[in-house]
Write a protein that binds this ligand. Structure first.
Ligand SMILES: *Cc1c(COP(=O)(O)O)cnc(C)c1O
Length: 400
């Protein structure tokens, strides 16, 4: 994978050589308020609920990285989504969504927007014909998440965007897992790219944040207006931390994707593992889509099904030394999640089955550790899980 120089300059803020003594790192401007010269002054910033120099520096970089106008940065990914929905939807409107959405997005649409008269339908958008069949005249927004969490199935953003355009609906893509480094939804025809910067962009599990990016001036103005009205802007401190994280985003994703790809391939060779989900393992049309839609790599997240039930899972998780069991992705440390009891615990087992979350599915967000160290750690844990399993069998055989 070879990133062009563009990605580097999008992510690293190099000050124009304007003055001697210019700080190399954009300063953290914590002021809520900015003074004016007189009644007719038109200063760029007035009040930090509307705009702030540190937040604006992050917005310029994120906008360039996603191939759009300067982003609008929010306090969290869900604050960004709230502004998106409030800006685009009114009572009576319909939203068509990927069924494997981030749980917080589903909850926001069903339990908050639903109560305001906005209806949402969740379908398998990885099958473009399901999108076609479920678009309605009142569909105003198609909200996609690709790759899907945790099965990593892909939705064809270009094909879905073309269908949505026919009925006059906007398309938004949750680009949190790949970011503008590995996937550019706007170039694929989407109207809005939504990113939770809390995950890979900031990358160090130290600051919440979210962003909306578009190429459409009018849409951008709507988002900015809703943000001013509702007060969901990102704090300068979070923006400053996120700018620091952004500088290494391409490098982190490059290494993490390479490790994820190697580990995914290795996991398929293990007898304890029933199934591995990662885009580089796809065949046929799915492989073709992965290579067309992703920019040279498939990201840090993979998932796999471990044969054997709860006891095996617990033995495996207890033996692991490197990955931490958390509900999070995108950090420099490798993280592991048991989707059924953590991210997808709010769903019924039928709903979980529909989105491919089996009880023995584990999701890994690969970090920056040495890939061989990770592999041997996983290997030890798989061996321990298998030994634990056979001990149980022997014990029960002994009794009978
Ligand atoms: C975490 C996450 C969100 C929500 O972002 P927050 O910053 O936690 O509000 C949205 N989408 C995806 C895919 C996420 O992983």
């Amino acid at each position: 994978m070879n990133f062009g120089s563009d990605v580097f300059t999008d992510c690293v803020q190099i000050p124009a050589p304007v003055e001697d003594g210019e700080p190399l790192v954009p300063p953290l401007v914590a002021s809520t308020t900015f003074v004016r010269e007189g009644v007719d002054s038109e200063s760029e910033h007035q009040y930090s609920r509307v705009s702030n120099p540190t937040v604006a520096a992050l917005e310029r970089s994120l906008g360039k990285l996603e191939g759009g106008l300067p982003a609008l940065a929010f306090a969290s990914g869900l604050a960004a989504e709230t502004a998106l929905f409030l800006a685009l939807l009114k009572s009576g409107d319909h939203v068509l969504c990927s069924q494997a959405l981030y749980g917080g997005t589903t909850r926001l649409l069903e339990q908050v927007l639903g109560g305001m008269g906005v209806s949402s339908t969740f379908v398998d958008t990885t099958r473009t014909e399901e999108v076609r069949a479920n678009l309605r005249p009142e569909t105003r927004l198609v909200f996609l998440e690709t790759p899907a969490n945790p099965t990593l199935d892909l939705t064809d953003v270009e094909a879905v965007s073309a269908l949505a355009r026919e009925v006059g609906a906007w398309v938004a893509v949750d680009n949190t897992f790949l970011t503008g480094v590995l996937q550019k939804p706007l170039a694929l025809g989407a109207d809005v790219s939504v990113v939770s910067t809390t995950k890979f962009v900031e990358g160090h599990s130290a600051a919440l944040g979210g962003a909306l990016i578009t190429r459409d001036e009018e849409l951008r103005e709507r988002f900015e207006f809703v943000r001013k009205c509702t007060g969901g802007i990102q704090s300068p401190w979070s923006a400053w931390l996120t700018l620091q994280g952004l500088k290494t985003l391409p490098l982190r994703l490059q290494r993490q994707s390479a490790s994820a790809k190697r580990l995914a391939a290795w996991l398929t060779t293990r007898p304890e593992v029933r199934r591995v989900h990662y885009p580089s393992l796809a065949k046929g049309e799915a492989a073709e889509l992965a290579n067309r839609q992703h920019l040279g790599a498939h990201g840090a997240v993979l998932s796999f099904e471990l044969d054997g039930g709860t006891r095996t899972l617990n033995e495996f998780l207890r033996t692991l030394r490197l990955p931490r069991l958390v509900e999070h992705v995108g950090s420099v440390e490798t993280l592991i999640t048991h989707s059924a009891s953590m991210t997808h615990a709010g769903l019924t087992s039928a709903q979980r089955e529909k989105v491919g979350v089996t009880d023995d599915l584990l999701r890994l967000s690969i970090g920056l550790e040495d890939v061989l160290a990770l592999r041997s750690d996983l290997e030890c844990a798989l061996n321990a899980a298998r030994v634990g399993e056979s001990t149980v069998v022997t014990a029960s055989e002994g009794k009978s």
